[in-house]
Structure formats: structure tokens, C-alpha cells
Design a protein around this ligand. Structure first.
Ligand code: HEM
Length: 472
């Protein structure tokens, strides 16, 4: 004690320095040689520090998914992507990890939620049993397909009505905002029984949508400096979790998960078709025949799913757009997982990335190309369908997938119906939808204002049409 009393500031600084260096050295030694996953392949820096990921997520915005792909090229299909986590790039392993034949307990990886503002909620749902208990109620809600069809259709009618209203306005309309608004209205109508009416807002609540989008960019910062996130996020969620009926716990998660992916899939299809009149015609021709047989202009999702070209466009929109660029780690508390010669110890977060399932050139030749035709004669047992996992698979797959499918089928079948609006891109192209930033919700180039379109009343003349880009 007497010794400590005599410590000067310089002594304390020296002690702190020695402690920091010793602790850092110990961490490096542990992570390189003593950790249960020390023997797994990978580059030096991601093995020893989480700051490597931070650099590729924050300084190089949302680029860790690319770096991971490069590291796989160098070190093989199984690598360490952080001191804790193993990543696998091998589409044939997807089901074994996420939807194995023999059920096993699988937790979520808490670190994955850091920076999103939903840390407490994710922590609550991370353990296998808690997730299962909470998910049951959400599954019950989303299994009511027939009841939801009418609600989704109402929102789609508002969406088409809004677009009809803009015909020949000669003012560009931000279709990205329109699609987001539709998704928000659909989710609030089906899940919370209080539709939000974003579609009726003059500029689709543009400000709110843009604030949400710009917030995504900060997630990597908050993920690596969680104290900062705590400073900004309110303890309200924690409070609510302990007080409200169990479905309420899903509210925010459902909204966030549901909005972006569905809207982006629609934007994708609309943009690529606007750039490709041959494919646009194929879809319109198919729908013309279909709607002739349904003169009241309504149809069930079940009937629409049988339309091959519409289905192909939606699949291609989902493949290219909605898929996660971020990993989806699972932690198995009871089982070690075998991958080839490797045995991954239990409790290790193991992840794969949906984006690379969908961008695999073996299953999807020329994967960057929007090519609905690739789906027309897809072999039911072939690689394409087995690697198509926009909604994930297994017990933690997308609980709102039926709502998403309905919205996509209803909205696109109405948009391209005979007499529907003629959509022309306005100072926009595929760079406004092509995803390049692997945030929690992937984003196209960050300076994109969204896809803007002009809505025409009548189909344009042939010479105008010819100025459209023919193929992407
Ligand atoms: C095209 C649209 C959509 C896509 C591509 C999509 C994709 C996904 C994926 C891949 C997951 C699993 C993530 C993981 O494995 O960790 C997921 C989970 C989830 N999705 Fe979706 N989603 C979409 C639409 C929706 C909609 C419309 C809703 C709500 C109505 C929704 C609600 C959720 C929820 C709550 C989860 C978490 C499920 C759980 O942890 O059990 N999603 N989604």
C-alpha cells in the first residue's frame, strides 16, 4: 500500500503501458497458438484482432465480404475470419450448417448484432430454446396466408394507384422510396394490424427512409465500439422485453428485416426490366394472357406462382439483390461440426454468406447478369435451386417469407398488367441497385439517390423504346 502511495503519474502510466503490452502479447499468443481454433487456416491479422474486420467494414465501407472471398482464394474453403469465427465458402455445406437432417441446438452469435441497436433483443433470442419459444408465435401469425393475401393486395392497390396518379406528371418519382413505403405498409398491415400509410405520404416519408439508410453505415462503427452504441441506444427495448406480450419483442426485428429485402427485390426487377425491353415484353405478354383469364384483376398468390416468367423474374431479383452479404453465424453448444478433414470445436461461431451461394459462377453462369431465363427450365434437383437461399434455411430462416413472396407476386403482376404504367428510368441505371456495400442490409453505391423513374400513360413509340439499353 505504501508503495502505491508513492506512485507518481509517470509510474502509473508506465504500469498501464506494461499491463497493456503484456495483455496484448498474451492475447496474440492465445489467439495464434492456444485458441481451440488456432490450427484453422487464415491470414495473420483476422486471427489476432477484430480490428481487421473493423477496417474492412468501416474504413473500406462494408467491404469485408469481398476481403473474405479473397482470403478464401488464398487459404481454401474454410478460414478464420476473426479471432473467434470460422467461415466456410462451399455451397454444398449450406444445409449441413443451417438445416441439418439431424436437428441440433443452434444459438445465434451475439457479437453479430452489435451496433444494430438491437443487442438486447438479439441476446434474448440468441439461445436455441428462447428463440424457439419466441418464434412459435411469429410463425403462427405468418401461417395465415389467406388472411394476409387481402391485406397485402390492399397495399399493392395503393401502390399502383399512387403510380397511376403520377402518370405523365413529367416529374421523376423515386421508385426506391415507393417500394420501401409499400414494404412498410405491408408489414404494418399484416403484422401489427395498423397500416402505416407511407404510400399516401407525398414523398413517401423520404426523410425517414434516408435517415434509416444513412444509419446503416454507422453499424460497423458501433459494432466495434459497443459502448458508443450503448450511449446512443435507449434502454427502452430492454424494459419492453420484460413487460410486453411476447410478440411485441419481434416488432422492431420484423420491421427491419422485412422492409429492405422485399423493397430491394422489387427495385431490382423494375430497374433491370426497364433496361431490357425484350425481357419486359416477355413478362408483359405472359401477364396479358393471365389477366385476360382473370378479368376482375385479382388473383391468388397460388395462381400467380404458376406463371413461369413472372416467377423467373422474382427469383432473379431475389438472387441478385436480397441475399445477405453479411455472414449468418451459428454457434452449436453441444456439437463439434465436421467439415472435410476439419473438426470445428463446439461453441465456435461458424458462418457462411448467402451472397456467395447466389454469385457462384458454377451454379449461376455469368452471375452478375440479370437473366430470368436461367430459371425457366431449372432442374429441380440441380445446383441452382439447391443454392438458392434468399430466405436462409432451417429453424432460423426468414419467418416473414410468405409475406415477402405475396408482396412480390402481387405488386409485380399488377405493375406489368395490360394498361399498367409505362416505366422509364430517369438518370438511373443498374448501379443504383447493384449491391456493393455489405452492411446488415446490403446497399448499392452510397451516393445513389435511389432509382428514379418517369411514369408514362401510354407505351412509348418504338423509336423512343429503341433508345432503351437493350441488355444489361
Ligand atoms: C425478400 C424479402 C426477404 C428476404 C430476402 C429475407 C431474408 C431473410 C433471411 C436470409 C433471414 C435469416 C437470417 C439468418 O439466417 O440469420 C431472415 C430472417 C428474418 N426475417 Fe426475413 N427476409 C425477407 C422479408 C421479410 C419480411 C417481409 C419479414 C416480416 C414480415 C421478415 C422477417 C424476418 C425475421 C423476423 C427474421 C428473423 C427470424 C428468426 O430469427 O427466427 N423478413 N430473413
Amino acid at each position: 500500500m505504501a508503495l502505491l502511495k508513492n506512485f507518481t503519474i509517470a509510474d502509473w502510466a508506465l504500469a498501464l503501458g506494461v499491463f497493456t503490452i503484456t495483455y496484448t502479447l498474451w492475447l496474440v499468443i492465445y489467439r495464434l497458438w492456444l485458441s481451440p481454433i488456432a490450427g484453422f487456416p487464415g491470414a495473420f491479422w483476422p486471427k489476432v484482432t477484430f480490428w481487421y474486420e473493423f477496417y474492412y467494414e468501416w474504413v473500406q465501407p462494408g467491404q469485408y465480404y469481398r476481403r473474405i472471398n479473397d482470403m478464401h482464394k488464398e487459404y481454401g474453403p474454410i478460414i478464420r475470419v476473426s479471432p473467434d469465427e470460422i467461415h466456410i465458402l462451399d455451397p454444398s455445406f449450406y444445409d449441413e450448417l443451417y438445416a441439418p437432417h439431424k436437428a441440433r441446438r443452434a444459438n445465434a452469435y451475439n457479437r453479430y448484432a452489435q451496433g444494430t441497436g438491437f443487442e438486447d433483443l438479439f441476446a434474448l433470442m440468441a439461445p436455441h430454446e428462447a428463440h424457439k419459444y419466441l418464434r412459435d408465435s411469429a410463425e403462427k401469425l405468418y401461417s395465415k396466408v389467406a388472411a394476409h393475401e387481402a391485406l397485402v393486395m390492399d397495399c399493392v392497390k395503393s401502390f399502383c394507384g399512387r403510380l397511376d396518379h403520377e402518370r405523365d406528371a413529367n416529374e421523376p418519382l423515386n421508385i426506391s422510396h415507393a417500394c420501401l413505403s409499400l414494404s412498410i405498409d405491408v408489414i404494418t398491415a399484416t403484422t401489427f394490424q395498423h397500416p402505416s400509410d407511407y404510400l399516401k405520404h407525398p414523398d413517401f416519408n423520404k426523410e425517414l427512409l434516408e435517415i434509416q439508410r444513412s444509419g446503416l453505415v454507422y453499424v460497423p462503427l458501433f459494432a466495434h465500439l459497443p459502448w458508443m452504441a450503448r450511449l446512443f441506444s435507449s434502454p427502452l427495448i430492454e424494459y419492453l422485453s420484460s413487460r410486453v406480450p411476447k410478440l411485441r419483442e419481434w416488432d422492431e426485428v420484423i420491421q427491419q428485416n422485412g422492409i429492405h429485402h422485399t423493397a430491394h427485390t422489387m427495385e431490382n426487377v423494375i430497374t433491370y426490366l426497364a433496361m431490357d425491353k425484350r425481357r419486359l415484353k416477355s413478362l408483359k405478354d405472359e401477364l396479358a394472357v393471365f389477366w385476360q383469364e382473370h378479368p376482375d384483376q385479382t388473383s391468388s398468390w397460388f395462381a400467380l406462382r404458376k406463371l413461369p416468367y413472372l416467377t423467373a423474374c422474382i427469383y432473379e431479383g431475389l438472387r441478385m439483390g436480397a441475399s445477405g452479404m453479411k455472414r449468418a453465424p451459428r454457434v452449436f453448444p453441444d456439437d463439434a461440426i465436421r467439415y472435410g478433414e476439419w473438426v470445428i470445436p463446439k461453441e465456435t461461431p461458424i458462418s457462411m454468406t448467402i451472397y456467395y451461394m447466389h454469385m457462384d459462377p458454377i451454379a449461376f453462369p455469368d452471375p452478375e447478369k440479370f437473366d430470368p431465363e436461367r430459371w425457366l427450365n431449372a432442374d429441380p434437383d440441380g445446383l441452382m435451386l439447391s443454392q438458392f437461399v434468399p430466405f436462409g434455411r432451417g429453424p432460423r430462416d426468414c419467418v416473414g417469407k410468405n409475406i415477402a413472396w405475396m408482396q412480390l407476386y402481387f405488386a409485380l403482376s399488377q405493375l406489368y398488367r395490360p394498361g399498367g404504367p409505362d416505366i422509364e428510368l430517369f438518370e438511373s441505371d443498374d448501379t443504383d441497385v447493384r449491391l456493393v456495400h455489405g452492411y446488415v442490409f446490403p446497399q448499392p453505391r452510397l451516393d445513389s439517390p435511389g432509382v428514379r423513374v418517369l411514369i408514362h400513360n401510354h407505351p412509348r413509340r418504338q423509336d423512343e423504346e429503341d433508345t432503351m439499353t437493350n441488355s444489361v
